[in-house]
Design a protein around this ligand. Structure first.
Ligand code: ADP
Ligand code: MG
Length: 713
């Protein structure tokens, strides 16, 4: 500190109206907040444990500071020397983004400098990044380029209790990588020769790595890798056993009592019950924010609208209720809004998906409303059908949800079902690996040189049926040879593209069909939430005004029309000199055409990124212009596994599974009902619906995928 000259005296006056946003008070507030977190008092001990143990399991109550603080402790303790990084993985994109922003703020650095995040199609990191928050899936992809993850000194697998499929596979892989990194270079490891692995950073994307010895590497040891597994649930045994009795430490949280309240009768409409409860709390309970757990974007947006509507009908002095949404498809500036304190006198009501259960902690919550449901993936390998269904939450989830009300003081949790229903809930959620399509993950394992999938060291083994189904699918797509080996260029190319194998295959085929430009657009649009804006109140109006985009050939060509028209419009406006406010102009165009401007922007971004990937592989992006017949044939060749044929009664039969399916009402082919279609999505709601369709000629199937469809003799 600079010394003050003798006799100099500065007088300070209390700011009559402290400005909470001033840098000084913000900094002080953050420092105080950090010191007050339960994890702060055990910093020294945690660092010692990390130094002593190569694998450490940290279990701590949600909100105790694991995710935001531990990486900073490690950084300060010197774990990032020599340019090494600390990687922190999250199962959810939204957690990686919001936490990285918070930590950058705490460290007073710009996001993307020392602290950054990287998720698919959105990377904010730079060469100075040392604390890298990312999704578990992204780190798996990094391992394809750098099999020893050699830039990391520590990897923290956060939210391990979530048991996402990527987390499970990552744990198994990190176990192997850690072992390999403790061996001297040149020694044989489970991945083959270490020196050859060092070289693989520059390996050719089109083929298996070359076995070579990097000069000067012999005898040198790769630096060891520290592994930290973090989890919110109390049961660390499963992870400890999996890592051969690894040490587990518990970070004591601070939890105030939470009153649990149940409804007397079952609720037939939990959205309505949640709405009533929100206002009941607002009118009758002491100050404190409300957190409501809903199942997805649609539900959240409709509750948000309904709260706003009801607010208009109550006396003005009671209207100080501020609904805020948080879900993954929301732009990140809006996601961050939930963390800001409510304006004076206002009560926030946060409408969240299960992201707010353990991955992110929102300050100020005193009341929780829990309808008891969650949207979960399920998969039936015998039919190849994946679906997203609303199902009852597990006991563990329900307990986590209630706990959110007692972080800063005593709270209340309103469960929207009778107490007897609680007893019927499952104890915990089934790991995702047991309920999802495995083709993507298996292709990645194969690309990492892991051939024996059935014998792979999973924490929980997926079913044999699901593995066989995925292997068969990869074989049909031409990624794997008859013996299940990954050895052809197409298979390697598919494993490199950050897409589901079937979409990667579509791009490879489109390169041969000379319609890569069109397929890139299609895949980009299919990767975003709906490209159309469909407000419930104006559905008909929206449909009519979008008619001019519609193609009689189906949804894919319709999307292409939207994208191309928006491109033409953009070019024209740029030529006309509106380069400066192009965003505004584009938004207006979208609004007039009932196109979702956020999705369109996102699709453009994805298009650009996948285009870079395919160019790196060596593809030339060419367009088929108006040859839509050629493009449809390419769609048929790509998506032949999802073809459906019209039946006499007007329903469709999916050729692969034999399921009876229906065209979804949002498809442009809903009324036309062509004889044969390919589709991208099968969704079970009240019926089994197929979405994103294109009309094809059924004869094309046996012509373009003869290995799969044998022609009738
Ligand atoms: P854990 O990982 O143990 O669940 P976190 O490190 O995520 O805990 O959170 C620690 C604290 O930081 C919590 O009290 C939370 O309220 C606060 N916090 C986290 N993210 C933000 C944010 N974006 N804005 C304000 N506070 C935040
Ligand atoms: Mg956390």
């Amino acid at each position: 500190m600079p010394s003050m000259a003798q006799g100099e005296h500065k007088s300070f006056v209390q700011n009559s109206k402290p400005n909470p946003k001033s840098a000084y008070s913000m900094r002080q507030k953050i420092a105080e907040h950090r010191r007050s977190l339960p994890i702060a008092s055990v910093e020294k001990r945690l660092i010692e444990e990390v130094q002593k143990n190569d694998i450490l399991i940290i279990v701590g109550e949600t909100g105790s500071g694991k995710t935001t603080q531990l990486p900073q402790f490690l950084y300060n303790a010197g774990f990032c020397r020599e340019g090494k990084m600390i990687g922190i993985t999250q199962p959810r994109r939204i957690a990686a983004v919001t936490v990285a922003k918070r930590v950058a703020e705490e460290c007073e650095v710009e996001l993307g400098q020392r602290v950054g995040y990287s998720i698919r199609f959105d990377d904010t990191t730079s060469s100075s990044t040392r604390l890298k928050y990312m999704t578990d899936g992204l780190l798996l992809r990094e391992a394809l380029l750098d099999p020893h993850l050699s830039r990391y000194s520590v990897i923290i697998v956060d939210e391990a209790h979530d048991r996402s499929v990527h987390t499970d596979v990552l744990l198994a892989l990190l176990k192997k990588i850690q072992r390999a990194r403790s061996k001297p270079v040149g020694e044989k490891t489970e991945f083959g020769n270490i020196a050859s692995q060092v070289q693989t950073q520059t390996r050719d994307a089109n083929g298996p790595q070359q076995n070579g010895v990097l000069k000067g590497c012999q005898g040198r040891k790769l630096s060891p890798l520290k592994l930290i597994i973090m989890s919110a649930s109390l049961d660390a045994r499963v992870f400890s056993e999996y890592f051969g009795g690894a040490k587990a430490v518990h970070v004591q949280g601070r939890q105030f009592p939470v009153d649990i309240l149940y409804t007397v009768h079952p609720e037939s409409d939990y959205v309505d019950a949640a709405l009533v409860t929100i206002f009941q709390i607002h009118f009758e309970e002491k100050p404190g924010d409300i957190l409501v757990f809903l199942t997805g974007q649609d539900e959240i947006e409709s509750v948000e609208r309904l709260v706003q509507e009801r607010l208009q009908n109550i006396p003005e002095d009671k209207r100080k209720l501020l609904p805020l949404a948080i879900f993954s498809a929301l732009p990140s500036e809006q996601q961050m809004k939930v963390f800001s304190p409510a304006p004076t006198g206002f009560r926030k009501v946060i409408l969240a998906t299960n992201i707010a259960e353990t991955s992110i902690t929102i300050p100020g919550i005193r009341y929780v409303i829990d309808p008891g449901f969650v949207k979960a993936r399920s998969y039936d390998p015998s039919k190849g059908m994946e679906s997203l269904d609303v199902v009852p939450a597990s006991k563990a989830q329900t307990l986590q949800r209630s706990g959110r009300a007692g972080r800063e003081g005593p709270g209340k949790s309103f469960r929207l079902y009778p107490e007897r229903e609680f007893e019927k809930l499952e104890d915990s959620t089934k790991p995702e690996i047991k309920r999802c399509n495995l083709s993507n993950i298996i292709l990645q394992l194969k690309a990492l040189g892991i051939d024996d999938i059935v014998g792979f060291d999973f924490i929980d083994k997926p079913s044999r049926g699901a593995i066989i189904k995925a292997l068969a699918e990869l074989h049909s797509l031409g990624a794997l040879a008859d013996d299940g080996k990954l050895e052809n260029p197409a298979g390697y190319q598919m494993s490199r593209l950050p897409l589901e194998p079937v979409y990667s295959k579509a791009l490879i085929l489109a390169n041969q069909f000379n319609c890569l430009e069109e397929m890139l657009i299609t895949v980009a649009v299919l990767s975003v939430e709906s490209i159309f804006y469909d407000p419930r109140e104006k559905r008909e109006e929206a449909r009519t005004s979008r008619n001019h985009f519609a193609s009689v050939e189906g949804d894919h060509l319709t999307y292409l029309n939207v994208y191309r028209e928006s491109d033409e419009f953009l070019e024209k406006r740029k030529a006309a000199g509106s380069g400066n406010n192009i965003d505004k102009v584009m938004k207006k165009w979208c609004k007039e055409n009932y196109v979702n401007s956020r999705s369109l922007k996102h699709a453009r971004d994805i298009y650009r990124q996948i285009r870079e990937h395919v160019e790196q592989i060596g593809f030339n992006v060419s367009s088929c212009g108006n040859d839509m017949l050629g493009f449809r044939r390419c769609l048929a060749a790509s998506f032949f596994l999802k073809a459906a044929q019209r039946q006499l009664d007007g329903t469709y039969r999916a050729l692969e599974s034999g399921e009876v399916v229906h065209i979804h009402p949002t498809s442009v082919l809903f009324r036309a009902k062509p004889e044969c279609v390919i589709f991208n999505e099968l969704m079970q709601t009240s019926k089994k619906y197929i979405k994103n369709l294109t009309r094809i000629d059924s004869l094309w199937l046996s012509e373009l995928a003869p290995h799969h469809f044998k022609t009738a003799e």
